[in-house]
Design a protein around this ligand. Structure first.
Ligand code: NAP
Length: 344
């Protein structure tokens, strides 16, 4: 489509305030005009993330109201940046962008028919992966990779606990860690989730609704506890994590699914010389090079089959569709990854 053929307005899924799914609306907004460092993308699929719920609920502040939902998108690249300095930047050239190709981005305002994104946030998607899988993998895939590489670099024969092991991110942790020869213990709430976590690399699963999680982890690890804990739950898991981690072990808390960890005494870490990390994956991928390298690793692991997003449901591009997807995730009903189909 030439620039003159673009519409004056597009549809976007927006939060019209902080609250429940009722604040999600489909609004008509002006066609986004790319700045000199930005690219225009026709969005085909959006990935659903707990992050979206945190913004809607006001746990992370909305930058403006109304605010376009979504943090993960894949679609067709419609234009390159116009700034000549960017076009000659070696990092820009290294990505080998071509107008018309499928690209993915992890950045705010993803759930709209067209979006503009700073070029450093946009990555070409290799042939054979497609927009649906790209939208399902970009954010959680790079999160799993950065956290396993840099927050706690688990080694062969380590024992690691993955909370919410059948969630979007949880399954990717199970896959990556088991491929490294780690003994993965997955905590889950149902039998179906236990089976899914096992099929994706968990050696042990513990249904925390039926079993004593701390006791079972201690049994599995001969009383020593685990080397690493990958925890997106936050508040509800904090005290148990202190008990389940072994001496010199690492707790990686990367999410607040059950609330932010309340204030605690730093002396709590001293009894076992515990390492505590609270990472945001985007802070491992700040420079254009860091973003490109982690995404190259992402596509390599996706192509090799080491990382495989399990997409359990696709929802329509409507306020009801996005609301239902978020409620399925917020209630713990969802398995693996959810996506929104934004256009054909
Ligand atoms: N720091 C970062 O860079 C980063 C990046 C991406 C995601 N995250 C965070 O990582 C976490 C996981 O994200 P995700 O998108 O993959 O979500 P998810 O794990 O697919 O969904 C949440 C899961 O959490 C479990 N859960 C336990 N208690 C819950 C409760 N009270 N309410 C809702 N769910 C509960 C449920 O599994 P069970 O039924 O098995 O308990 C549920 O399926 C989120 O906290 C997210 O914000 C952080």
């Amino acid at each position: 489509m030439s620039a003159s053929n673009f519409p004056d307005t597009i549809r976007a899924i927006q939060y019209t305030g902080v609250g429940g799914p009722e604040v999600i609306k489909l609004n008509s907004v002006p066609f986004p005009k790319p700045g000199p460092n930005e690219m225009l993308i026709k969005v085909l699929y959006g990935g659903v993330n707990f992050l979206d719920i945190n913004f809607r609920r006001g746990i992370y502040p909305l930058p403006a109201i109304p605010w376009t939902a979504g943090w993960e998108a894949a679609g067709v690249l419609e234009s390159l940046p116009s700034d000549p300095e960017i076009l000659s930047d070696p990092e820009f050239k290294a990505r080998q962008f071509k107008v018309g190709q499928i690209v993915a981005s992890v950045a705010p305002v993803a759930f709209a028919e067209y979006i503009t994104q700073p070029w450093i946030k946009v990555l070409p998607v290799p042939d054979g992966i497609g927009p649906k899988l790209a939208a399902a993998t970009s954010l959680q895939g790079t999160t799993a990779l950065t956290l396993v590489e840099e927050a706690y670099n688990a080694k062969q024969d380590d024992y690691c606990l993955v909370h919410s092991a059948a969630g979007g991110l949880g399954l990717l942790f199970c896959q990556l860690l088991s491929a490294r020869g780690v003994h993965v213990i997955g905590s889950v709430s149902t039998k179906e989730k236990a089976e899914l976590a096992k099929a994706n690399g968990a050696e042990y699963t513990i249904n925390y609704k039926e079993e004593d999680l701390v006791k079972r982890v201690k049994e599995i690890t001969n009383g020593e506890g685990v080397h690493g804990i990958y925890d997106g739950l936050g508040k509800a898991a904090w005290q148990d994590n202190l008990e389940m981690v072994r001496r010199k072990g690492t707790i990686v808390n990367f999410g607040n699914t059950t609330g932010v960890i309340p204030p605690f005494s730093i002396l709590d870490l001293k009894a076992k010389n515990i390492h505590l990390v609270r990472p945001d994956s985007s802070q491992y991928m700040v420079t254009p090079r860091e973003i490109r390298e982690y995404n190259s690793l992402l596509w390599k692991t996706v192509k090799s089959g080491e990382l495989k997003a399990v997409i359990s449901k696709e929802y329509p591009f409507t306020p009801e569709g996005v609301g239902e997807a978020q409620e399925d995730q917020a209630s713990g009903r969802s398995l693996g990854k959810l996506v929104i189909r934004i256009a054909n």
